[in-house]
Design a protein around this ligand. Sequence first.
Ligand code: G
Ligand code: G
Ligand code: MN
Ligand code: NA
Length: 254
Amino acid sequence: MSIRKEIKQALEQDDFFIEYQPKIDCHTESLVGLEALVRWQHPSRGRIPPDEFIFLAEQTGQIIDLGDWVLDSVIRQLAHWSSKPLDPVTVSVNLSAIQLHQTGFADRLETLLNHHKVPPERLELELTESILMGQEEAVTQTLNRLRALGIVISIDDFGTGYSSLSYLCRFPIDVLKIDRSFVDRVDQRRDQQQVVRAIVQLARSLELDIVAEGVERAEEVHFFRDLGVSRMQGYYFAHPMTMDALERQFDPMQ
Ligand code: G
Ligand code: G
Ligand code: MN
Ligand code: NA
């Protein structure tokens, strides 16, 4: 079967599902957000890595359908939560360039949020630096629209893209997620520490929130905590997990 047919069938048969990875505030040890990460459980080939199938879905153009499915699922989940005692958190969704550049993307997202009565402030979009490059006018317009709705805009993998920093002033950005390559063993590496300090200072002076991603070790937690960065995400705190597992682990009412 062609990959196009495989993806189409997977969407029809519900072979895609979402795992959510917690973002934690290390001071209060509370859950402050979740990142939605799509998974493909293929009936015969087993788990297919997201890097692989997202790339393929971008090639076939089906990233639009898959991306819509992810956004719809996440917004339904947010709607479901608003009726529960579980503290409302922000849920972030990773976007591909093709989605962001799609005509009417912001309008469709607004319609979807309204339809499910979900406050836009609960939804966060993670964009990599490379997604923001090119078609600057259009990207600025779309981001301004999304931001005006109240949707949170964050830069994923910050510091790894081949982009100039000028976009930080041009686009309405709320959050920088420090790429995990800067986090990895930061406690042991002097030059890496200097780069991280500079990123944190930059984010602070632009009044952006900061999330350290890919945190795996206690020493890394301590380093960021000492810098005053309290929001973290990584295997040290929690792996991506299904909603059932998440509710068992984090919902005190259950
Ligand atoms: O979950 P890890 O689980 O392996 O994710 C691999 C990559 O896939 C990451 O770069 C992540 O941003 C990306 N990814 C995960 N879910 C989505 C999604 O729904 N849409 C897009 N565009 N990328 C995603
Ligand atoms: O590109 P993006 O940052 O969206 O991708 C998130 C990816 O990082 C997912 O594949 C997720 O499973 C993975 N991830 C999350 N926490 C950790 C971690 O602590 N260590 C490593 N190596 N990967 C992580
Ligand atoms: Mn991400
Ligand atoms: Na990232």
